[in-house]
Design a binder for this molecule. Structure first.
Ligand SMILES: [Zn+2]
Length: 347
């Protein structure tokens, strides 16, 4: 038996708030979970729902076993009284059509099923993922359900794009805000999952506080390539080598598909931007808080000979290369220009 959220990392504020409201029976019938993608909103939602249905939990105990029939059916999305509208649901509903939007027929179908009693017990939960994908007609139709909710049905709406929701939906929900993970916490988590501290720090920096993104990067095929190219750039030591490095990066990435190539570039340039940003922080305040802490000493060694305006220029060149690559300009020339501008500044 675990307390509802004890095995979920971070989000202390959210967890305490939800528990507190649940214990005081002040939980709204519609919760709106807001926060960046991949930070665990769905995980918190399912854990919470498990505690409502767990066969081993006393009513009002706010615990879940995670192993009983109900807990397992909820984690595998097979509980008849826990309806999850997600990509898989839409794929089935549209029979292979585009799943870019939640259309009105999905909401009508949902409303029809809510007119029946719950299948097994006395309550039911509806979880709608990416609720911002609701088309306007669908959202207006759904509004009626939120205004006159069926008894014993709880709604958990999840979104990373609150600005895309119609305000009347937001105003009828209890908003629960999820914050991105602090970088250090995320890095520590990755270390506990077997990454070295250096790699964990860089992956955390690339993940914008999203644990999902970080884990995807760690398990993906391109993490090593990105980190290798990054350290290769920093090991460059002369103008001659700068040209070679540019050529090598271009050659390494030519074999990749366009999407993968953009993805690798994106991450690589982001690391470089963070590196330049960290140097600028140290330049103005040597004890300043930086992101790529394992490079602190290396950065400090270069600071005396580096001027702030050089750092600004390199930061600008990194931005230029984004546009060069996307606009199909000569990639090699753009890379060479970037590498040369970094000579004497980063290496
Ligand atoms: Zn259970």
């Amino acid at each position: 038996m675990t307390e509802i959220f004890s095995d979920i990392l971070g989000h202390d504020h959210v967890k305490t708030g939800l528990l507190h409201a649940a214990r005081a029976s002040k939980l709204h019938h519609a919760l709106l979970f807001i926060g960046p993608s991949g930070i665990g909103k769905a995980m918190v939602a399912r854990a919470f729902v498990q505690s409502m249905f767990c066969e081993k939990a006393e009513p009002g105990a706010f615990v879940r076993c995670g192993k009983c029939k109900n807990c397992l059916r909820i984690s595998s999305q097979n509980h008849p009284d826990v309806i999850e509208i997600d990509e898989e649901f839409l794929r089935r509903a549209y029979d292979g059509g585009s799943i870019a939007a939640i259309r009105i027929e999905v909401i009508r179908e949902l409303q029809k099923s809510l007119t029946c009693k719950p299948f097994e017990g006395s309550r039911r939960v509806v979880i709608i993922h990416d609720v911002h994908k609701m088309q306007e007609a669908a959202a207006n139709c759904f509004l009626k359900t939120l205004e006159e909710p069926p008894e014993d049905t709880m709604f958990i709406l999840i979104t990373s794009q609150m600005q895309m929701l119609i305000p009347t939906i937001v105003s009828r929900c209890q908003v629960v805000r999820f914050a991105p993970f602090p970088m250090e916490e995320l890095a520590a988590y990755l270390v506990s999952h077997g990454e070295t501290p250096d790699v964990a720090e860089q992956v955390a920096a690339l993940s914008d506080g999203s644990i999902g993104t970080a884990l995807k990067l760690c398990s993906g095929d391109y993490k090593d390539e990105i980190l290798e190219l990054f350290s290769y750039i920093l090991e460059t030591s002369s103008v001659m080598q700068a040209f070679e490095t540019a050529g090598r990066i271009r050659d390494r990435l030519t074999k990749e598909s366009r999407d993968i190539k953009f993805g690798i570039y994106n991450h690589l340039l982001k690391l470089l931007s963070l590196y330049v940003r960290d140097m600028a922080v140290l330049k103005s305040e040597p004890s300043g808080r930086i992101v790529l802490r394992s490079y602190r000493e290396r950065m400090m060694r270069r600071l005396d000979s580096t001027k702030m305006k050089d750092l600004t220029r390199v930061a600008g060149n990194i931005q230029d290369i984004y546009s060069a690559i996307q606009g199909n300009a000569n990639e090699l020339v753009a890379l060479e220009r970037l590498m040369i501008s970094m000579h004497g500044v980063l290496f």
